[in-house]
Design a binder for this molecule. Sequence first.
Ligand code: ZN
Length: 307
Amino acid sequence: MLLITAKLMAVLLVFIDGLGIGARNADNPLHLLGRRAEPLAVFQDEEPQLPYDGLLVRTDAALGVEGRPQSASGQTTILTGVNASAALGFHKQGFPNEALREIIREHSIFLQLRRAGIAPNVFANAYTPRFFEMRPRWVSATTVAVEAAGMEFRTLEDVIAGRALFHDFTNKLLIERGADVAERTPEEAAHILARISGEHRFTLYEYFLTDAAGHKQDFSSALVVIESLARFIRALLDSVNLDNTTVILTSDHGNIEDLSVRNHTLNLVPTLLWGAGRKHFAARIRTLADITPAIVSSFASEIPTYK
Ligand SMILES: [Zn+2]
């Protein structure tokens, strides 16, 4: 009998809503922040110097469909590998409709990995008690994906115990709403996400204050959001084991990189890649539809094949 032991690989996908690749100008908070926005500060016509040998793929979020890319179709595409905008014929705003939910229920990354025997996997974001008490009529693509895969939602107890992060990883928004949780620095939050990633094969974390700040065209909040997020990502890269983990940061469409407009932008989005599989991913990702297939195939050597 031949026994081959390989170290188990892991993937951490950090999804940032509304972060595109903009120009260097006074409307771009990533430019205004200078080095404080690294490693998120990537610009048109300029090769970034990324820490930890990171790679940038300028990624197509328009998906061959006219109009401004939107969240429901973009997130469905990222989470399934199905070009959801093309399937609908338009970019769908906000939350998925039934057609998108059907795509997610059939093809979500959580299901694809489970079918391939890759586990355990986790959605690291916590949900508040309010979500369970008064379930919103419209829920995000990720929520649909987690439910369809029969996975458990993380809660505020998990935030307190260091097993999950709120979407605002500092907990400031939770504290403002009266929740009894401690505030965390971006670095403390990053260490928690790194630990969660170390205990799972595939970890997803979602952040969307970027999109909210972009829609508000509010420079002061955009600067705070980007600076805090950049600290979080730098600390994450410092604490994740990049020898066996690939960190992927991507977005569904541009927004915060151009505060001169209230809408999403038509810009490409950055897919930033670090760690073990970064070259595998850089060779395979061109559009948002390539992300899930690239993640699934990155585990392919571990998926048993019978020939
Ligand atoms: Zn938006």
